[in-house]
Design a binder for this molecule. Sequence first.
Ligand code: AVJ
Length: 321
Amino acid sequence: MSTQTAVRARRPTQQTDAFAADVIAGLSAKPKYLPPKYFYDLAGSALFERITRLPEYYPTRSELGILDKHAPAIASLFPPGCALLEFGAGASTKARIVLRAAASVEAYVPIDISGDFLQQDAARLRRDFPHLAIHPVVADFTTMVEPPLETAAKPRAGFFPGSTIGNFEPHEAAGFLRRAGRILGPGAVFIVGVDLTKAPDILYRAYNDAEGVTAKFNLNLLARINRELGANFDLEAFEHHAFYNAERSRIEMHLASTKRQKVRICDTTIDFRAGETIHTENSYKYSIQSFQALAHGSGWSPLNAWTDGLFSVHALRMAVD
Ligand code: AVJ
């Protein structure tokens, strides 16, 4: 019984194949990088939850405050009888704030790659919002091209909170906004959460917390590669580096090798120089105006933006034509 489980866990699946290919490609590149979407395995998601509660990490608290305060204004923009699509829904905590204020929404469509979370959460949503149709969709929203069938007959609104858009390069963010516009359709309203540029010391502390949770979150990427791909990263020989790159308006996270070393991953050997880094994340920051300009260039008209001075929530509209 236990042997069978072990064998099943080690057999490469489509997901581990894609993970292995992305890891080898990223660590063979110059400079080395890893895609931030791989932070969120079970351990990484739990660490991110802890990050959102850190005193230094203001974005989640700020956004929840803004949504709470302006939920009625946000809800008033939704087309009557619409379906609300959330891109990368997770636990839907933020959508609930909006949905409580939005009697005009008939269906909620959380889209996420993690099917387990989605199904559990759908059951809770159905209980808490008995008059709302809940249609979870298991999909990678970054590659999605068609609106989910369940929403075909309804006008649509979109929700993309959390400044997840900051993980994209600005040209990728523009591409995503354009594709979201095609999925949501003419007349759609799109609510997007975007972290703001601000004093570099505030940004620095948000990604270098005193408790070291962000460092653990970053290093978990190597732990995950060890766990899932049988690699031999020595977690003691890499350290968390996060800093604000003012020229490019982004926080960069890296994992720096403390010494010259070799690491084995699936029959591949990766060499590290002392001090060489793996670039693990960019978190782009925008001003209200720079984000509105980006959205406008992707076919969206800025309707409104709410802010507490640290974070912003934007309402955009797609022309009807
Ligand atoms: C989930 C991408 C918005 O960029 O602030 C938090 C991820 N990384 N601490 C962010 C993150 C380090 C977070 N996003």
